[in-house]
Ligand binder design. Sequence first.
Ligand code: NDP
Length: 262
Amino acid sequence: MKSFAVVGHPLEHSLSPTLFNTAFKALGLDYTYTKEDVGLSELKLILEKVRSGEYSGLSVTVPYKEEIIPYLDELTPEAKAIGAVNTVYFSEGKVKGTNTDWQGFMDALVKHTDLKNKKILIYGAGGVARACLYALRKFKDNVFLTNRTEAKGMRLAEEFGVTYVHKNKLPDVDIFINATSASLNPKSKNELLVSEEQLKKVSTVFDLVYGEALLTKTANTLGIKTIDAKEMLLYQAIRQFEIFTGKEAPVEVMAKSIDLSY
Ligand code: NDP
């Protein structure tokens, strides 16, 4: 018997318990995966539960991917480069943190597109944009970054060695990645972020935020290929499952459990 949990707040809509419990059942593992919907002050205590063996691993989600770092004994190089942790596990007597979001993003992206010679625009400069930039580090000559707050975007572009572009002077690109939380805010919910003219020149849109927002709807209407944000969730969970259990994840059943075809 092993126990795992997702740590974050709020967690009502988290699909992680469904993904993991379905996978455990499919492999006949006597493991459980629950939710730890906690405040910041409780993070330390939850991590002590990893140290004591009460939890064998944790998924970490909004808003604690950065806040959890000071409580960990060690970070993997990718977690360090991204500056965020979404996976906690116990190994060699240490509570360690890693990041599988970048792999989830990349797995979903390459499943749908060939990146060779493609120009890619990332809109956003928050935590998830950092994971995307890390994932695309080998393609950085073809990656452009823009952000609402210019100074923040410019700093990030410089850090990852990509080209910063002003949001009103976007270049023509093949792949458009929305790494902003604009659609979650009622005030900016119906903003497209780019002009429809600009969008028409794109061949693939990957909106990382769940739910069919205006961007995906418009792209679908224009006949542009779209990638479901749930694919990133699925693939980061698959990598996490393998870290947690040392076993190959049952991808097909996991995909089905969150209504994705595989
Ligand atoms: P952050 O809060 O770190 O960053 C938010 C980003 O969105 C900033 O760049 C911010 O710009 C921008 N933004 C917010 N509102 C607007 C707006 N009205 N117009 C333009 N830009 C705006 O969030 P994260 O990077 O952690 O997450 C971003 C989204 O990605 C989340 O909504 C989350 O749901 C999603 N996500 C999806 C995952 C998946 O598996 N599919 C995994 C992780 C995250 P500024 O700098 O100007 O404030």
